[in-house]
Design a protein around this ligand. Sequence first.
Ligand SMILES: NC(=O)C1=CN([C@@H]2O[C@H](COP(=O)(O)OP(=O)(O)OC[C@H]3O[C@@H](n4cnc5c(N)ncnc54)[C@H](OP(=O)(O)O)[C@@H]3O)[C@@H](O)[C@H]2O)[C@@H](O)CC1
Ligand SMILES: [K+]
Length: 494
Amino acid sequence: MNILNKEQLRATDQHTIQVQGIRSWDLMERAARELLKAITREFPHGEFSILCGPGNNGGDGLALGRMLKEKGINTQVFLLESPKYSEDNLENQKLLEEFEVFNLEKLPELWPDSIIIDALYGFGLRTGLGIEWKALFEKIEGRTCLAIDLPSGLLADELTTSPYVKADIVYTFHCPKKAFFAPEHGIESFEIIDIGLEKVGDGNYQYLADVHLLLNQPSRFAHKGTLGQALLVGGSKGMTGAIDLATKAALRGGCGIVKVYGPGCTPDLPSEALVQRDINLEYIKQTPTIDAKTTAIGIGMGMSHNGQEALLEFLSVLPPIPLVLDADALNILAKHPEKIPTGAILTPHPKELDRIVGTSKSSFERWEKAEKLAKKKGIYLIVKGANTHIFFPDGKILVNSSGNYGMAKGGSGDILTGLLTAILAQGYPIEKALPLGVYLHGLAGDIAAETLGHDAMNAGDILTFLPDAWKLLRRRACTTSKYPRRSTEQRELL
Ligand SMILES: NC(=O)C1=CN([C@@H]2O[C@H](COP(=O)(O)OP(=O)(O)OC[C@H]3O[C@@H](n4cnc5c(N)ncnc54)[C@H](OP(=O)(O)O)[C@@H]3O)[C@@H](O)[C@H]2O)[C@@H](O)CC1
Ligand SMILES: [K+]
């Protein structure tokens, strides 16, 4: 799904109007109908107070108000006094029989228990709102508030430090907006409302959807020799849990063989893994040998700074196979950026990225720096967070749509690296392996949160539910393919 900026949204809007032979008013009517469905589904017994602005966001609010009233649902509608209204806003004013006009000196008298619907401003804001808006926004703070398209005052594509509405749910049209991914903005929940806009090709900035389409179907005749061999390198005294988790994730990642290289103190790992230990007890000192059968490498988990010499030596003898660099490998490379190999996959969290590219004042600045680094070095960057971003060397950016805060626990990242390495080892091209691994990891976390709750779940639970995540994706692939090739196992899934 393309993530569009406001200019692209306007162009898509115009294109849809032309191709579908409709008026912009029809699109607004469609938007309001879909909002009505979503809101009454979520709040079947609610009464509503709608605040409408002078543009088309306000027009959506007026149309929704009319539809709620037609359904007999208690609704009050307030319209901001303005010298100018958009055409569709005016048309909807005429269709709505009852509404009150308000301004920032004469604030609306809201029913005490109603749900607030914020339809003041959408993506049409030119600049942030002034402090004169604070009184109104404070009046609605603490009440259940639903924003149409964007919380009013929030700029769609940039950092907003001026006042904006704190909404509980944002019902956003067509695609999420860039501003929703910035932790600074605190957008806790958004729902995408499909209003049938025409798609205009695949853009460079996308929200992950339909990940099941990326799945390979291994042959019935596959054997461990054809499903790839992953090599994981990491661990040090006191940090052996990281390599343990990565190994377990790789073993649930679908590749034929998982090999591990760790220091002498590496504990017993699952029997399925082939473990080799360094002569040094506390950290990796030697360079592991990479046999010709190895098809992907993941390195860095719990390696510690002491592994620096071995890592740099290792990077100088690498074969041309996919390489995932994580955790301490990233911290070491932050001091030797010239040693980052072209084509490598780096999986930093924001702090690890900052060590490589310098600190940033905002997520927007960090995203820009990550994009530049990926292009300049010809590498892939997976910047982990609530919406993990994958930056490609050609400028493409994918934003993950799965995952939850229950995963914000030590060890989650090690699991991602193990999983990604196993997927890459199977021969998935990097362009597919990264979104597949990142999405699956989040999906397993979502199933864990659903089953165990966000608070109690830990990183190991992501491993427990990885099989369910794979099965869910496989099931989606089976049910959406027109002529699926189904194995017996897959038929059973359906
Ligand atoms: N394609 C889609 O996705 C669809 C989108 N739809 C809806 O349209 C919405 C976009 O509508 P929009 O373009 O009319 O903009 P909107 O946010 O209502 O604000 C415009 C008003 O704000 C004013 N204004 C600007 N800056 C200001 C400031 N700093 N401080 C104060 N005022 C300021 C501006 O004044 P002007 O710039 O004209 O002087 C104008 O009066 C979109 O979010 C969605 O809800 C749906 O209907 C269907 C399909
Ligand atoms: K709004």
